[in-house]
Design a protein around this ligand. Structure first.
Ligand code: C5P
Length: 422
């Protein structure tokens, strides 16, 4: 029930389960979805039931399970489940299932449901590396993506036997994250394939002594969300981060602490980047002196004052490097401005001035302080562009915000040649 007394419709998710050993991980995904309040109907294939019994799926989802089109005929399940769904997610999607889905077969309840669904469809593949890399599978994946189906890149790691490589089912939490984004109205077009996206995240830590630093309240969640969503849209992503958060799947993480480390890594990586998103909260100043040993009170080593020196402005240096030719002319540079309004100007006015000062292409402006933005799971604000355009971002999850920011980036990349064609 909402505060106004309306009943909120439970979102309906169909979880399809293919016949692979990773079928057992679908159980964790079903749990994640039911715990987030979704109504879940599980549709296993016949082969999936050789790995996990129908009773497990029925108990976890709270709904009956069938595999064929001839059970419960009067309720026309092979049409109804797909038509009513808000999302269909298939985990694991085996090579056989990808093939049947790509060619539009309707030989069991799951493939029939895929044909009747008009909602977003998310497929999480799992198979051996040879099967994933086979030209037939590549073709099927390309066809499905061209049809608007979101096929996640599989994870790399230990496979069923002793072998390891690309083809592992992505972790249920990572599948659940993309499912939540799609259910919230976000989109996952495969539009960043062949692009190298560099994202910075977190607050820098400026060392005072071996145990202390000057930091800020940035959690790094927004930057990590941008990295995760860019990878889910096909980009090769490098995330330069100082945040205590896991690096998202299919993202290369580079851990840094100080503004100067961040500066060195970002300028190195920008040399072949299509996009640099500077979500990190970089300290403007660092201590002039860093003590070799811990500063102790009463030891005579305590500093009378902490003197600060200005850090390089990484975004300004990126803009200069692009003008100087060390960063490609077409690289899209995105800055962030965490602002508080004051007596002289509003949050948005400060943002406009900052965009002009920094010389980047896009600036994401959000209001901070008093419990907004930092460390929270929702965000909101505006995207300003160098031509004077302004898009308001409704408050929503940081993944949803990431999607909106990447939409603006993708629009600027449109028509430009990709840096790493697959
Ligand atoms: O100048 P201000 O810190 O408000 O600008 C914020 C934007 O500039 C962010 O995108 C941040 O990552 C970037 N920045 C930077 N180097 C600095 C300070 C900020 O790249 N030294």
């Amino acid at each position: 029930m909402t505060e106004s007394g309306d009943t909120v419709r439970r979102r309906r998710v169909v979880v399809g389960v293919g016949g692979g050993i990773a079928a057992y991980k679908a159980c964790a995904l079903i749990r994640i979805l039911t715990e987030s309040g979704c109504h879940v109907d599980v549709i296993p294939t016949e082969a999936a039931l050789r790995f996990v019994g129908a009773a497990t799926f029925e108990a976890l989802s709270g709904n009956p399970v069938s595999t064929g089109v001839f059970s419960d005929v009067p309720s026309v399940r092979h049409v109804a489940l797909g038509q009513r769904a808000d999302l269909v997610v298939v985990a694991p999607a085996t090579a056989d299932l990808l093939s049947r889905a790509a060619t539009g077969r309707a030989d069991d309840l799951l493939t029939s449901t895929l044909l009747t669904a008009r909602c977003p469809v998310l497929l999480a593949p799992a198979m051996h590396t040879e099967m994933w890399e086979h030209p037939a599978t590549r073709r099927n994946v390309d066809t499905l993506r061209a049809d608007g189906v979101h096929v996640m890149p599989p994870a790399s790691g230990r496979l069923t036997g002793a072998d390891s490589g690309a083809g592992r089912l992505p972790e249920p939490a990572d599948i659940g994250r993309l499912a939540a984004l799609l259910l919230d109205g976000g989109a996952l077009p495969w539009d960043l394939a062949g692009r190298h996206v560099v994202v910075t995240a977190g607050g820098t830590r400026e060392e005072l002594d071996p145990v202390r630093f000057l930091g800020n309240r940035s959690s790094g969640k927004q930057g990590h969300a941008i990295a995760a969503v860019a990878a889910a849209r096909g980009a090769r992503v490098t995330l330069v981060t100082s945040a205590d958060l896991p690096v998202p799947p299919a993202v290369e993480g580079v851990r840094v602490e100080s503004a100067r480390e961040l500066h060195a890594e970002v300028l190195r990586l920008a040399a072949d980047a299509d996009v640099v998103v500077k979500a990190a909260a970089v300290a403007d100043f660092r201590p002039v002196e860093v003590a070799e040993a811990k500063l102790k009170k009463g030891s005579g080593s305590e500093p009378a004052e902490i003197r600060l020196v200005q850090n390089p402005d990484i975004l300004a240096d990126l803009v200069a490097a692009r003008s100087g030719g060390e960063v490609p002319a077409g690289t899209v540079l995105v800055g962030f401005a965490a602002e508080t309004g004051d007596a002289t100007a509003s949050v948005l006015e400060h943002g406009r001035r900052k965009l002009a000062r920094k010389g980047c292409d896009l600036l994401v402006v959000n209001e901070v302080g008093r419990g907004t933005t930092f460390g929270e799971d929702v965000n909101g604000g505006w995207i300003l562009d160098a031509a004077g355009g302004e898009t308001e971002l409704d408050r929503g999850s940081k993944d949803l915000m990431a999607g909106r920011i990447l939409d603006a980036v993708a629009a600027r990349l449109d028509g430009r040649p990709a840096s790493d064609p697959a």
